[in-house]
Write a protein that binds this ligand. Structure first.
Ligand code: SAH
Length: 223
């Protein structure tokens, strides 16, 4: 059996066992996970069976690609429709970026670490060529206002508490934000915006890498 066939079998097994049987019911999400090869987003020394395990995997620079079930669960909370504009904070490996793009979203993805961003961009565009994606290398702690408003915002790293200003970047009509919040004990939180009102819900306990707040560059005072 060639490795592409083995990967397709492992991918189908992952989708059935770790997603569908675990309560992910959205067909568009399940189909996207069937399409995107997770092995292309993890270091090449990773075995195929490990690439399709239901666990996070290291991607270098102390970062991880999230567990497939958690990515799928967050996407199901986000309830995005094809054609929606989505802000993804923390591109990382680009795996989730590829999933979002293959579901037909317009993706704006922001990553703090230039090396990761560059690698992710190559991997994503090889899998979903021609997708509508803007890759931004910058601090996304407080979102990315130049492309706001967004129908959906998904954050792949955990701030200790809710960052300022994210909800203002949501589409006022049912824009949705999903993120992990907390330090050691984190929870997934979803926020839906209805004009000036916010509907906040807490969900699963999770463990994400921290959303990093880089120090502000201090301009030298002119003497
Ligand atoms: N969804 C990603 C998960 C990546 S892990 C995937 O599928 O691989 C979280 C990522 O968030 C890391 O790459 C980390 O560098 C990035 N990150 C952390 N703080 C950030 C910030 N303030 N702005 C942008 N990206 C940040």
């Amino acid at each position: 059996m060639n490795s592409e066939t083995s990967a397709a079998i492992l991918r189908m097994r992952m989708v059935n066992r770790d997603l569908a049987d675990a309560g992910i019911t959205d067909e568009r999400i399940l189909n996207a996970f069937l399409k995107i090869p997770r092995e292309d987003f993890v270091p090449s020394r990773t075995s195929l069976s490990s690439a399709y395990g239901n666990h996070p995997l290291p991607i270098g620079f102390g970062q991880t690609v999230s567990q497939p079930y958690i990515v799928a669960f967050m996407l199901q909370m986000l309830e995005c429709e094809p054609g929606n504009k989505v802000l993804e904070i923390g591109t990382g490996s680009g795996y989730q970026t590829a999933i979002l793009a293959s579901m037909g979203m317009k993706v704006v993805t922001i990553e703090l670490l230039p090396d990761l961003a560059e690698r992710a961009k190559k991997a994503v565009l090889a899998i979903v060529p021609g997708a509508d994606i803007s890759f931004i290398v910058a601090d996304g702690y407080n979102g990315w206002t130049p492309a706001a408003p967004y129908d959906c915002i998904i954050v792949s790293a955990a701030p200790p508490r809710m960052p300022d200003g994210l909800e203002n970047q949501l589409n006022p009509s049912e824009g949705r934000l999903v993120l992990p919040v907390g330090e050691w004990h984190q929870r997934l939180v979803s926020i839906t915006r209805h004009g000036d009102d916010l509907d906040l819900r807490e969900s699963l306990p999770v463990r994400f890498v921290p959303l990093v707040k880089p120090p502000r560059r201090i301009e030298k005072e002119k003497s």
